[in-house]
Design a protein around this ligand. Structure first.
Ligand code: ADP
Ligand code: ASP
Ligand code: MG
Length: 440
């Protein structure tokens, strides 16, 4: 039995948290490979080291005075080192970082130093070997995507001869050595990659909540926990804003069927949530989870008889594609088709897209609505339960939420609902209440 353990930023925000982490690792010798994030927030209004690094580098890049900002970052690490009673010095590391900032080494390089330095500190504290992610995690120079094959070859070889190691999360390197990061929250992906390459039995992802909760705890007070969730359900939820685990983190482990266990660093005895390939275990409620995001626009195109016009959908979508805009959802009726897009990507190009649609399909009308939110209600149990959409509708009507769109995926794994941004929280509460609190 062996495990990869990933600890998020709040789990490593200060020396006290480092001590909890070390205790967790030492409590089980199967916890062989450790993937840390950069130090996160110590209190609600604190700033994550990653954000400090981005801000500091932006100053450097604009030719501004960045030394004070870099000093504040150094102090965050020094406080941890002192709190742990370590004899480690990061003086030389910070000299190199300073030089590279002056040379404008790139935003990704800058952000990656958060994990890199935290990895050095944690390895020293645990007495584990430190492996720089730049030497074992690779991106392709063609399109900047993760190079799974090369990574697996190099990383599994490297880990074979190594009983314990700390591998920093969030970054790797391009051919030629330039540092590249994953998108925000990407240490979760590194944990999954290390789990795959090492062929471990479990990927434990330690955070500040006792598992994946049915809904965002910032919206619902004390939401109930999900005991077991499938990779597919989880991907739907994390894509739609349940930020506990990065939406791409399941791919490497999924290939090997390695389960992920979400755990709480501040409550290590809690069992957490199991994320698995498939399960015969029914979820406790009809739905497994709810998540959502604000900030969408809908573009509704109407034209009589459009359903019989071959290529209509493609021609509408090409007007978005021409402007480099990806779409989120596209529910359609007989004579209408609606495209949901991210408002911030769309807003500047709105008129160009509208002109493109007019040119491509000569519609009767085009209507645009902004400030919309999308909510995903996800559950493997929905397939075998009738009336789920109806229950959602009536719960929302009872709460005076105007439903703009409801779209059930063909997999019957999720239902997507569009509401006004201002109704977002009310809608999530109403859905949670009907399926969880008043569940029979
Ligand atoms: P880490 O720093 O450990 O990677 P994150 O901040 O990325 O942690 O993710 C954990 C946070 O995700 C929680 O503190 C919680 O506020 C938020 N969150 C959003 N949706 C959910 C959910 N459905 N279940 C649990 N946590 C959620
Ligand atoms: N430190 C990075 C971030 O804040 C990566 C991570 O924490 O997973 O996004
Ligand atoms: Mg995270």
């Amino acid at each position: 039995m062996s495990k990869v353990v990933k600890f998020g930023g709040s789990s490593l925000a200060d020396a006290k948290q480092f001590m909890k982490v070390a205790e967790i690792i030492r409590a089980d010798e199967n916890r062989r490979y450790v993937v840390p994030s950069a130090p996160g927030k110590r209190f609600a209004k604190d700033t994550k080291v990653t954000d400090m690094l981005y801000a500091c580098y932006d100053l450097a890049e604009q030719g501004g005075e960045y030394k004070e900002a870099l000093k504040a970052i150094k102090e965050r690490y020094q406080e941890i080192i002192d709190g742990l009673g370590l004899k480690l010095s990061l003086k030389e590391e910070f000299e190199v970082i300073d030089e590279n900032f002056a040379k404008k080494a790139g935003r990704d390089y800058a952000a990656s130093r958060g994990e890199y330095l935290n990895g050095i500190v944690l390895a020293a504290y645990l007495g584990f070997e430190f492996i720089d992610a730049a030497d074992v995690i690779f991106f392709s120079d063609k399109d900047g995507t993760w190079d799974g094959e090369k990574t697996r070859q190099v990383l599994s070889r490297r880990l074979k001869g190594c009983k314990n190691a700390v591998i920093p999360g969030f970054y790797g390197s391009l051919p030629g050595g330039k540092i590249k990061t994953f998108s925000r929250g990407g240490s979760d992906i590194t944990g999954s990659i290390v789990a795959q390459a090492a062929g471990v039995d479990v990927y434990e992802n330690w955070t500040d909540v006792s598992g994946f909760l049915i809904a965002d705890p910032r919206i619902i007070d004390n939401p109930r926990k999900i005991e077991v969730i499938t990779y597919r359900e989880l991907r739907e939820l994390s894509y739609m804003g349940a930020t506990v685990l990065h939406e791409d983190a399941i791919f490497p482990v999924r290939q090997e069927g390695i389960p992920i266990n979400i755990r709480n660093t501040n409550a290590p005895d809690d069992e957490g949530t199991w994320i698995v390939g498939s399960t015969g275990q029914k979820s406790k409620y009809v739905i497994t989870g709810i998540a959502g995001k604000k900030g969408f626009c809908s573009v509704s195109v109407e034209k009589d008889m459009m359903n019989s016009e071959i290529g209509f959908g493609r021609k509408v979508l090409s007007a978005f594609e021409e402007q480099g805009i990806s779409f989120e959802h596209m529910p359609s009726g007989i004579d209408t088709l609606t495209v949901f897009v991210h408002q911030d990507e769309f807003i500047d190009k709105e008129q160009k897209v509208v002109a493109g649609i007019h040119r491509n399909v000569r519609p009767d009308t085009i209507e645009i609505e902004s400030d919309l939110a999308l909510i995903a209600v996800v559950g493997r149990g929905m397939k075998s339960t009738r009336g789920t959409a109806g229950r959602i509708f009536s719960a929302l009507a009872h709460s005076n939420v105007n439903v703009k769109m409801i779209d059930q995926g063909s997999s019957e794994l999720n239902i997507i609902i569009g509401v006004d941004n201002k109704d977002f929280e009310t809608a999530i509460r109403a859905i949670y209440d009907i399926f969880v609190l008043t569940a029979i």
